[in-house]
Design a protein around this ligand. Structure first.
Ligand code: DQA
Length: 147
């Protein structure tokens, strides 16, 4: 089973970016954590980060033909307004779990609105980088249950 992890704008800055909110771990650390978990779980994982909406859309569109069984996505700020990403998720027949490192419901009001969550199978928010690991376990279960 192959899972794709998509991270949107500014998530390349993890570790340096507002550490009080997003913590001190980098994207490389996240990749390491996920690779460790995936070894135990016998799942393959690839990570992709972009600051560009179109690049994220291309990854969504190509995910099925690249053999991914599901996607974990942190769309960053696009979460709150990108109808294009929302439609991109809806256009593919792959389960997507949305992850946010911070608790989007405990911050500015505009962050509590997600246009992408309604087309995802679920959302994990506020549990730091651990949220990606939980999403991976949940996605694996979901895919196995569906198959
Ligand atoms: C975020 C929350 C978003 O509101 C913000 O724009 C981000 C990161 C999170 O992981 O907590 O870039 O998605």
């Amino acid at each position: 089973m192959k899972i794709l992890v998509l991270n949107g704008p500014n998530l390349n800055m993890l570790g340096n970016r507002e550490p009080d909110i997003y913590g001190r771990d980098s994207l490389e650390q996240l990749e390491k954590n996920l690779h460790e978990l995936c070894q135990q779980e016998k799942v393959e994982v690839d990570l992709f980060q972009s600051n560009y909406e179109g690049a994220l859309l291309d990854e969504l569109h190509n995910a099925t033909k690249k053999g991914y069984a599901g996607i974990i996505m942190n769309p960053g700020a696009f979460t709150h307004y990108s109808i294009a990403l929302r439609d991109g998720i809806a256009a593919i027949d792959l389960p997507v779990i949305e992850v946010h490192i911070s608790n989007v419901h405990a911050r500015e009001e505009f962050r509590s609105k997600s246009v992408t969550a309604p087309v995802s199978i679920g959302q994990i928010t506020g549990l730091g980088l651990y949220g990606y690991e939980l999403a991976l376990l949940a996605l694996k279960q979901y895919i196995q249950g569906r198959g």
